[in-house]
Design a binder for this molecule. Structure first.
Ligand code: F6R
Ligand code: MG
Ligand code: MG
Length: 373
């Protein structure tokens, strides 16, 4: 019977601002998942990245299973009660609906799930990012699955020679899922044209070319689409199967050495470089920098090994130093130009409100336009 990996993630409250959940809150979530999942789950693992708690579950119920989603929803709502009892900041921030309606999609928590026939050895990676949004994975996925300069396996491994099918979602569309499927390498430039705009076009999943096995799934929820206004960044999760027919673990991880600029950081309204961090790391500088963790697992008959912390190796210390430098450099220009997000992506309404006010004070000067001259 096929195995399903489900990861559901939410910010339900944190210590001292948007830093990290408390031990008590993590324990409350653990206790609840253990209780609620005792009949359905083959295994589970709880972790945090910044202020987000992720519940990773293995089971045989398939994707979008109401009973599985409910385990996480109950754990997050119980956790929220505990967070309130401790006075944690932003308690229940990502739970945007009051009652569970069969699927947590559209209710606030981020979801990434995949179902597959377990290989004799089944290694996979679980990514969680805080203070950013799902487009943060666009560049690393493009490099890992479509660029042989990053992934020599695309040239070396006969099993990958046909390439990969990218399913890309237009996350500005709220009526229905607006998606396109494009194959790399054939449609490489079309993929690039979409993925360069990570606030609008987001990789939802990647499969081996020609309807092959699923390699990667990414959460695509945009909280402001659900709430109708900005309520916090969409802090995305991702699952990636690795090795054999898929890129190697090191090929998936390599792009995170760039520390590319993503939307996130202070008040969810700035561009900051993405820092690869240890599992269970809090947030600090300028409500950032946007941070990504990666836990490698092997799973066998649904049972998970302990996680291996992918960004714990000393190699990543140099990367972190570089990202810190990039973050400080960007912060030197404060709110000017590229440092702050565009009007559509600002989490706060202050600037837009002020512009509306100033609009009425503008007047037209007589004579030809100098700007058009
Ligand atoms: C994401 C996150 C941020 C905040 C944003 C605004 O984890 O915490 O996106 O939602 O910084 O938060 P306030 O308004 O509480 O400062
Ligand atoms: Mg938060
Ligand atoms: Mg968060």
């Amino acid at each position: 019977m096929d195995l399903t990996l489900s990861v559901l993630k939410a910010d339900i409250g944190s210590i001292g601002g948007h830093i990290c959940p408390s031990e008590g809150l993590l324990n409350a979530v653990r206790k609840c998942v253990k209780q609620e999942g005792k009949h359905l789950l083959a295994d589970w693992h709880i972790s945090y990245t910044g202020d987000d708690i992720a519940i990773l579950m293995t089971h045989r119920e398939g994707v979008n299973c109401a009973r599985i989603h409910e385990i996480a929803w109950v754990a997050f709502t119980q956790g929220t009660k505990f967070a309130k009892s401790e006075g944690l900041y932003g308690a229940g921030q990502d739970l945007l609906k009051d009652a569970f309606s069969g699927n947590v999609r559209g209710m606030g928590p981020a979801v990434a799930e995949m179902e597959f026939e377990e290989r004799p050895s089944e290694p996979f990676l679980f990514f969680a990012a805080d203070k950013t949004d799902p487009g943060a994975y666009n560049l690393p996925l493009y490099l890992a699955f479509a660029d042989p300069m990053n992934t020599p396996g695309l040239l070396l491994a006969p099993s990958m020679k046909e390439g990969f099918d990218f399913t890309i979602m237009d996350v500005s569309e709220t009526e229905a899922d607006r998606i396109i499927e494009l194959r790399a390498p054939e449609r490489l430039y079309d993929i690039a044209v979409l993925l360069r705009d990570p606030e609008r076009y987001v990789v939802e999943s990647i499969r081996a070319a020609g309807g092959g096995e699923t390699a990667a799934v990414i959460s695509t929820s945009r909280l402001h689409n659900i709430a109708g206004k900005y309520t916090g960044k969409d802090d995305p999760v991702m699952l990636v199967r690795v090795q054999k027919d898929f890129p190697a673990t090191g090929e998936i991880l390599a792009p995170y050495a760039i520390g590319h600029y993503v939307a996130g950081g202070m008040r969810g309204s700035h561009n900051m470089p993405l820092m690869p961090v240890h599992q269970d790391t809090g947030i600090s500088y300028f409500d950032g920098p946007p941070s990504v963790s990666c836990a490698a697992f092997s799973v066998h008959n649904g049972k998970l090994t302990e996680p291996a912390d992918c960004f714990a190796s000393p190699f990543w210390n140099t990367v972190r130093d570089n990202v810190s430098q990039k973050a400080i450099e960007m912060r030197r220009q404060g709110f000017f130009g590229a440092a702050m997000l565009g009007m559509d992506e600002l989490e706060y309404t202050g600037i837009v409100d002020r512009l509306h006010g100033l609009n009425n004070e503008f007047s037209f000067r007589e004579g030809p336009s100098k700007a058009a001259a």
